[in-house]
Ligand binder design. Structure first.
Ligand SMILES: *[C@@H]1O[C@H](CO)[C@@H](O)[C@H](O)[C@H]1NC(C)=O
Length: 287
């Protein structure tokens, strides 16, 4: 197992040529606007996405990453944000793509946002976990992080782990590790399903809806097809302890338990109705 894992690594490194980078971003140099053009306000330090009746907006990273420790500070649509969804995710391309998702489902003023998470590997998702937050995410910027390494995927909010998806290849579950992913974000209307299952519609009299971004940081392996021979393997890079991190320490485990006990509102791993043939294999692993 260990040797097949490392030969896989070698292959991956050969094909992609990974470069370890730690970048404190500038929204100009790291991202391209992909949607909604003038609905995106960017001054380099902060970026604002907006949504009106006619269109949402979005951006994507210029770089593709193959493993990384990625942080973004976000302030979500305030007030009556019911029907809106702010998505912030990593994704590769194609039918058998991998994807690591944060999605923020808006709500009526005073009602909690739902933070929706999912992990796709080789085109298959259905691994939703949802949370409410322990603060109002529309009042201030908070840090939403994805740590993705060959051992696990860890979702954190302000440094508190909320979800860990472990590599369960030994149980026959594919794990995202060969397809480089870009970082995407968008703000769009999803009032057909987002808020209380689509019962509450977007109130367009409140438009434009605005979500704000700051302090993007990627400590990551940047994949580039062209530089295959030149770069040093990401694995060897100094200061990348995140790349070999295996699991949560005791403190992390306690925090994760606290979140799961108090703020988790849906977990596919306990949804026995949905999986009458038995829960997915990775659900047997503890964090
Ligand atoms: C909105 O608020 C209601 C009532 O507190 C809650 O049940 C629901 O999970 C919240 N989130 C969404 C996206 O509907």
């Amino acid at each position: 197992m260990a040797s097949s894992l490392s030969s896989c690594w070698a292959l991956t490194l050969l094909i992609w040529g990974l470069l370890a980078v730690a970048s404190m971003a500038n929204f100009y140099s790291d991202f391209d606007i992909t949607w909604g053009n003038d609905r995106v306000l960017n001054n380099g330090e902060q970026l604002h996405l907006s949504l009106d009746k006619y269109s949402g907006s979005g951006f994507q990273s210029k770089n593709e990453y193959l493993f990384g420790n990625i942080h973004m500070r976000l302030k979500l649509v305030p007030g009556n944000s019911a029907g809106t969804v702010t998505a912030y995710y990593l994704s590769s391309q194609g039918q058998t793509h991998d994807e690591i998702d944060f999605e923020f489902l808006g709500n009526l003023s005073g009602d909690p946002y739902t933070l929706h998470t999912n992990v796709f590997s080789q085109g298959r998702g259905n691994r939703e976990q949802q949370f409410h937050l322990w603060f109002d995410p529309t009042k201030d910027f908070h840090t939403y992080s994805i740590l993705w390494n060959p051992n696990h995927i860890k979702f954190s909010v302000d440094g508190t782990p909320i979800r860990v998806f472990k590599n369960a290849e030994h149980l026959g579950v594919p794990f995202p590790k060969n397809q480089p992913m870009k970082l995407y974000s968008s703000l769009w209307n999803a009032d057909d399903w987002a808020t209380r299952g689509g019962l509450i519609k977007t109130d367009w009299s409140q438009a434009p809806f605005v979500a704000s971004y700051s302090n993007f940081e990627a400590d990551a392996c940047v994949a580039s097809k062209s530089s295959a021979s030149s770069s040093s393997p990401c694995k060897e890079a100094s200061g990348s302890a995140w790349l070999s991190q295996e699991a949560l320490d005791t403190n992390g485990q306690e925090k994760l338990k606290w979140v799961q006990k108090n703020y988790m509102v849906y977990n596919y791993c306990t949804d026995t109705k949905r999986f009458p043939q038995g829960l997915p294999p990775e659900c047997s692993l503890s964090s």
